[in-house]
Design a protein around this ligand. Sequence first.
Ligand SMILES: Nc1nc2c(c(=O)[nH]1)N[C@H]1C(S)=C(S)[C@@H](COP(=O)(O)O)O[C@H]1N2
Ligand SMILES: [Mo]
Length: 519
Amino acid sequence: MQLDTRTTTGAPTPSGRLPGGRVLAVAYVSLLAALGVGHLVAGLVGPGASPFFAVGDWVRDNSPHAVVEWAKATFGTADKTVLFIGVTVVVLGVTAAAGLLSRTRPAPGLVIAAAQGVLGIVAVLTRPDLGQLAIAAPAASLVVGLVVFSWLHGRAWPVEQDRESRRRFLRAGAGTVIGAAALGTVGQLVGSRVDVEGSRAAVGKLTPVSPAPKLPPGADFAANGTARFITANRDFYRIDTALTLPRVAAQDWRLRIHGLVDKPVEFTFSDIRGRRLIERPVTLACVSNEVGGGLISTANWIGVPLRELLAEAGVKPGADQLFSTSTDGFTAGTPVDAVMDQNRGAMLAIGMNGEPLPQEHGFPARMVVPGLYGYVSATKWVVDMELTTFADKQGYWIPRGWSAKGPIKTQSRIDSPRDGFVLAKGRNTIAGVAWAQTIGVREVEVRFDGQGDWHPAELSTEVGLNTWRMWRVTLDLEAGERTIQVRATDNRGHTQTEDEAPPAPDGATGWHTVHVSVN
Ligand SMILES: Nc1nc2c(c(=O)[nH]1)N[C@H]1C(S)=C(S)[C@@H](COP(=O)(O)O)O[C@H]1N2
Ligand SMILES: [Mo]
């Protein structure tokens, strides 16, 4: 392959500059070629190594935590889409610069392209979940990016209105784009060869030996506008750092338990499935949930008691942290006490509301620990559990400004009426949910306009201490602009504090308040 046709067509005249459009085409086509080839190689060595995603993951993991928190606060659960768009814009901008700085010679563009490639390699090297082989993907991108850039740059000459040269450049560019798209598509197919839905279907129905208690009538006040007691899988809130959802087939899954144990053990999916399965309702909550927010849901989880698995390994005295790792590199540190506490009922879950875990909720297996926020307990796609100490290791969110221990705070939320609603004066029912996992909700009260008496609400039938509880109260509302506030008291006698605190570092506090107009 001729890398630079200027050697045959003659060097450009000193004034010879490629038009902007042409160098931009050189740069963007080279970028596409690099990404296409990188995606192909990543399909073979590990989908997370695809340079674009690897750089996105790297940016996410290495952003100053103020930036991460700002993004979460501003964009909520759309923060990943924003990250994706942000990385795209930067890459497109840098690529434009690579092109426009190369109007007379390819060197500046090659330097910038090489720098982008090196960033891809660094991104992959620093991923904890990708093997050594994974750098093959960004390395292939780097080489292809440089080769295509210099080759196309050569083909872009001469610039005079020579139709033949124009046609030749267009052919080269179009051919490269088609080739890159084809290779990228093959990479996509190869990378998704793990058939998660097929594997879920093969797991089939999970029948617990010890099923969840039948829901009593009156477990929720959905008729009054509260959330349903059990959240449907498709409505269950979802939080994870993964830009590309991990794809793990049940037959390939292994869980290793090691570290400060008498003997390391390893379980396959059929080992777990073959054990005595239990089913328990547990309300998961995210530490990032704002007062009144929706990052909380309840499911009937099917799995095995985590303490039984740990007991088989034999936890050594000194171990105070269960450090779990997901196949995508996410980690969480859970107090060993909480996991070993028989009353709490920590689980290795493989099922959710009667089905195998959905892919986005951790198929084939995840942790569920009642009473602890998800970031310190609910590792999805969990493959490794190390018994260690809090002094020795920190889970993913801890160096990013979150507390090492994350017990869920007693909270309550008004589901109906919603903020800004217009109500008719007279009798109105106000309803919502409250939670104090592992402790239980004793009382919920509401008051108006930030003053006066607190009115006790009726509580729904208690299903268990590890789940939320609904409440409602019917009261006369006078006309005017009104505020409604709620507070819960748990079975330890602790009443939610009025002090407002943001989610970081260990969960929001304050009373949920909604504003309504009554007329
Ligand atoms: N692998 C992995 N597991 C994870 C996370 C993650 O980012 N990656 N996020 C945790 C957090 S912060 C929460 S709140 C829960 C959410 O679980 P869900 O998405 O099933 O609701 O998962 C936890 N498990
Ligand atoms: Mo979370």
